[in-house]
Design a protein around this ligand. Structure first.
Ligand code: SF4
Ligand code: SF4
Length: 325
C-alpha cells in the first residue's frame, strides 16, 4: 500500500513537472492558425501594459472618450489580462482581413465604413478563436482560455503590436506591413506558456503625416492619439446626444464610421483581396445606390442592415447622418 502511494505521488509530481515546463512551440500555433484561416497571428507573454497606463489615463482624464463610458470601465483589466483569465500566461493575437477592394458604398457619399458592410464580425472571429482553443486542447491537454474580439476589457491593438503583428500608426490603427490596417483583431488569452513571437516591429510611419493632414475633423491631435469627440466615426455611431451644426458639417458624406485616415495611408494603397475572405461585404449593401440609401424606409433598413454593425446606429440616426442633419 505504501509502495503504491509512493509511486502515485511520484507520477503526480512528474505530471505537474511536465505541465510546469510545457512551452507550446510557435510552429504549433502557426499550423492551427493556418488551418482555421486567420490572415496573421502572433504571441506575446502576459505582462502589465505599464507603458499604456499613462496614455490611457490621460486620454480618459481629458474626456476624449466622449459618451463612450464603457472605455473608462475595467481599466485595470485592460492593463492586466491576468484579471480576465486566472493564471493567464500568453496572449495569442490574430488578424482577419476585411479588405474587399473599393465598393462604391465605401467611397461615394453617403458612405459607410468598410468594416461595417459585412455581417457582424464578432461572432465569426470569436468562433474561429474558440476553434483555436479546441485544437490547442486536443494537442496539449486542459487549457483555460477566453476569446476577445473588439471587446472593451482588452487593448487589442497594444497586444497585437506586442505580438509583432505591426505597429500603431499615427492614425491610431494597427498597421500590418502585408495586410495594411483593414483588419479585425482578435485575442485568445490562455493559461499556458506559448513561445512568444519575435521582437515588436518598428513604427514605419516615418515622416508621413497623410492621415493627420487628411482628417477633416482635426481629430488626430497628435500621432496615435485620437480625440474621439471630434472623430466622424464617433459622431456617426457613438454620440448619444444630437449633433451640433458644426459636427454635422464635419461628417463629409459619412453616415456610418469614417475611413479617411485609412484610405490615405500608403500601407493600404497596394492591398490585394484575399481569395479566402472570411468576412465578406453583403451584396444587399454594396449594391445600394446613393439614392437607395437616402430613400430607405425603416423596414428596408432593418432588413438590409440587421446582423451588421450599422444596426447599432439605428434607423433614425443613420438617416440623419446620411442627410448630414
Ligand atoms: S476616422 Fe475620420 S474623423 Fe476619425 S480620425 Fe480618422 S479621418 Fe479623422
Ligand atoms: S498615413 Fe502615414 S502617418 Fe498615417 S498611419 Fe499611414 S503611414 Fe502612418
Amino acid at each position: 500500500m505504501l509502495v503504491t502511494t509512493y509511486f502515485l505521488l511520484k507520477l503526480e509530481v512528474r505530471i505537474i513537472n511536465i505541465q510546469l515546463f510545457l512551452m507550446i512551440a510557435l510552429s504549433s500555433i502557426e499550423k492551427i492558425s493556418d488551418a482555421i484561416g486567420f490572415n496573421a497571428f502572433g504571441v506575446s507573454r502576459v505582462t502589465l501594459l505599464h507603458n499604456k497606463k499613462e496614455i490611457l489615463n490621460h486620454w480618459l482624464s481629458e474626456n476624449m472618450n466622449g459618451d463612450m463610458g464603457y472605455m473608462a470601465r475595467n481599466v485595470d483589466k485592460r492593463l492586466n489580462p491576468a484579471l480576465l483569465v486566472e493564471g493567464a500566461k500568453s496572449v495569442v493575437s490574430v488578424l482577419v482581413s476585411y479588405y474587399a477592394g473599393s465598393p462604391s458604398i465605401a467611397t461615394n457619399s453617403p458612405k459607410i465604413s468598410r468594416y461595417a458592410i459585412s455581417a457582424d464580425y464578432h461572432a465569426t472571429i470569436r468562433q474561429m478563436l474558440w476553434q483555436m482553443l479546441d485544437m490547442l486542447r486536443q494537442q496539449f491537454g486542459p487549457i483555460t482560455g477566453r476569446a476577445f474580439v473588439d471587446s472593451a476589457p482588452v487593448l487589442e491593438r497594444a497586444w497585437a503590436q506586442k505580438a509583432s503583428l505591426g505597429w500603431i500608426g499615427k492614425n491610431g490603427m494597427l498597421i500590418n506591413p502585408n495586410l495594411g490596417s483593414y483588419t479585425f483583431i482578435g485575442q485568445l488569452i490562455v493559461d499556458v506558456d506559448i513561445e512568444p513571437s519575435t521582437a515588436e516591429q518598428p513604427n514605419r510611419c516615418g515622416t508621413c503625416t497623410r492621415c493627420i493632414d487628411a482628417c477633416p475633423a482635426g481629430a488626430i491631435i497628435k500621432p496615435g492619439v485620437i480625440d474621439a469627440r471630434k472623430c466622424i466615426s464617433y459622431l456617426t455611431i457613438e454620440k448619444r446626444t444630437p449633433l451640433t451644426d458644426k459636427e454635422k458639417s464635419s461628417l463629409k458624406g459619412w453616415c456610418f464610421g469614417c475611413d479617411i485616415c485609412q484610405e490615405v495611408c500608403p500601407w493600404n494603397s497596394e492591398l490585394t483581396v484575399s481569395s479566402d475572405l472570411k468576412i465578406k461585404p453583403k451584396t444587399s449593401i454594396t449594391r445600394l445606390s446613393p439614392d437607395d440609401i437616402r430613400g430607405l424606409t425603416s423596414h428596408q433598413f432593418d432588413g438590409i442592415f440587421k446582423d451588421t454593425p450599422v444596426s447599432r446606429a439605428g434607423y433614425d440616426q443613420f438617416m440623419l447622418n446620411c442627410k448630414g442633419e
